[in-house]
Ligand binder design. Structure first.
Ligand SMILES: *Cc1c(COP(=O)(O)O)cnc(C)c1O
Length: 404
């Protein structure tokens, strides 16, 4: 057994990276720093909104939906209060029944949207290379009660969209995407947002398009868009009759203004994140036991997260141990996604009820993944610090190997 902590002799981070006035430990580096749009511009918008008296369902919402629809190349965008609410509404208005095939290797909100609708999640394995939903496993997971597949563009990596569409078509079921990570991702040049029956983005602070909170349902399906529009407003028709049990999932004017400002430079941020990801790949790619989830050459990822898949034997430390060692060096990490959703307390009941499935790739990946810092305004030096620290931790753990 190896110990989780490591002793590393080095000169430490550059002076400007150290905590103010302490001269002791290195400066704390967070996993992510949200990209906040220009506060001066937002302040002007907020003044306009507050003095207009229209705080929700107003012109900023309309403009956001229109501009995002243009950016994504889709017929409809319906802005909502969160991605979770958008997914929940979408599954509701799609009139699903029975089971929905979902990954377990995801953020739990994906599965919550299924469960809140009284539908049964059927957990399905991911592809070993990309860590997105495996089309062949999805086909196997489909049974007579399956009414939809809900796949996730994990870390911003586009799913195997064409193969999943073929599976859905062959079974006559719906295909939806949780695109929380993937605002600006593309597959074969086609923006994520255009795939399946509908896709749902998140505007939460750590995602690509920031609205403080919020979500966007993107679809070319008129009926789904109309359903989400009514559903976000309690399910209320214009004559005040409720057509179905809706939510209050509206996006306020202030949130819409923040998201509109964030849209302006989203392309630059995605380009920058791809540069940083390339730097990480270059600096860490040669390390024994370090692998990266595959982004296929015809796809563009947002790198909402940059995740390593570790082989403990070759690297010298497992993912949990590397996380502790990096934390001791002032670098924050997370384990996206550990535990996988099917192992969470909220979903234990499914294991007993049967749909819980054998998910070997999910189990293996969740034991090996570690997500390292990456944000749009990160400097090359900051990325160098992270990569250099990982390299030194590896070397300290493996030094002297093969010479004993
Ligand atoms: C963040 C996230 C969500 C939830 O988004 P909210 O806007 O916070 O509701 C859903 N799915 C995935 C994969 C996420 O990462």
């Amino acid at each position: 057994m190896r110990e989780a902590s490591v002793e590393i002799e080095d000169e430490g981070p550059p002076a400007e990276a150290r905590g103010p006035g302490t001269g002791a430990g290195p400066a704390w580096m967070p996993l992510v720093r949200p990209s906040i749009p220009d506060p001066e511009r937002i302040a002007g918008d907020v003044r306009t909104i507050l003095s207009s008296g229209t705080l929700t369902k107003g012109p900023y919402l309309d403009e956001l939906e229109q501009r995002v629809a243009e950016y994504l190349g889709v017929r409809h965008c319906v802005a909502v209060s969160s991605c979770t609410a958008g997914l929940t509404l979408l599954l509701k208005v799609a009139g699903l029944s029975g089971e929905v095939v979902v990954p377990s290797f995801t953020f739990p909100a994906t599965v919550h949207a299924v469960a809140w609708n009284g539908l049964d999640p059927v957990f399905c394995d991911v592809d070993r290379e990309t860590l997105t939903l495996s089309p062949s496993a999805a086909l196997d997971a489909c049974g007579p009660r399956t009414s939809a597949i809900l796949a996730v563009h994990t870390y911003g990596t586009p799913c195997a969209v064409e193969e999943l569409a073929t599976v859905a078509r062959s079974r006559g079921i719906r295909l939806f995407f949780d695109a929380a990570h993937a605002f600006g991702s593309r597959s074969r040049g086609v923006p994520v947002g255009q795939f399946g029956d509908a896709e749902v983005f998140s505007l939460a602070p750590t995602k690509l398009l920031v609205g403080c909170e919020g979500g966007i349902v993107a679809t070319n399906d008129d009926a789904l868009a109309e359903g989400c529009r009514i559903g976000r407003d309690y399910g209320k028709a214009p004559d005040y009759d409720c057509l179905f049990v809706g939510l209050n999932a509206r996006l306020s004017e202030i949130h819409s203004a923040v998201a509109l400002a964030s849209l302006e430079d989203v392309e630059e941020r995605i380009e920058r994140r791809n540069e940083l990801a390339a730097r990480y790949r270059e600096l860490l790619g040669g390390l024994p036991g370090v692998r990266f989830p595959l982004v296929r050459p015809w796809d563009r990822s947002t790198f909402k997260d940059f995740t390593l898949v570790l082989d403990e034997a070759a690297f010298g430390l497992d993912a949990e141990g590397l996380g502790l060692a990096l934390s001791a060096e002032g670098i924050e990490t997370r384990r996206y996604f550990t535990p996988p959703v099917h192992r969470m307390e909220a979903y234990r009941f499914l294991m007993r009820n049967g749909p819980g499935r054998h998910l070997p790739v999910t189990e293996d990946a969740s034991a090996r993944v570690i997500t390292i810092p990456l944000w749009s305004a990160m400097t090359g030096e900051e990325a160098n610090r992270v990569a250099g620290t990982i390299r030194r931790i590896h070397e300290a753990k493996t030094v002297g190997r093969g010479t004993a």
